[in-house]
Design a protein around this ligand. Sequence first.
Ligand SMILES: [Zn+2]
Length: 148
Amino acid sequence: MIFPMNTKSLLPLFLLAASLACAAEKIVAGPRGGRLLDTAPLKAEFLVTKDRRVEVTFYDGALKPVTPGTQVVAITAEPKSGRLPVEVTKTTHGFASKVALPAATEPYRVVVQIREKPDARPQNFRIDLNLEICGECKHAEYACTCAH
Ligand SMILES: [Zn+2]
């Protein structure tokens, strides 16, 4: 990161914010190169395919893909043009969206809500959808595991 001279006094705040963000979300990559979400009892991997569809894959503790049972997944895209629910359907090992995520010129927030069963408390994951490939770990930035 580059800080122009006149914002130097803000640097400690930047660093504080950055360290808090890192502590809040330590990204772990899933077996398919997406972002592993810390759900229980099954782990879930959030992956955006080349055609911008979302795939959520469930794994057991040994990261073997499993067929979800009662799990419910809801995805909301939040581009600047407005929030948009992304419809997902059940697949062999999870859920997938039928349509592509909305195109946008800048990264936007995607909220993934996973429930163990329909009446369970949801676990929410807020992912900044940055599809640029990281030069270091070769994952898309939303699944980048580097300690930036
Ligand atoms: Zn990286």
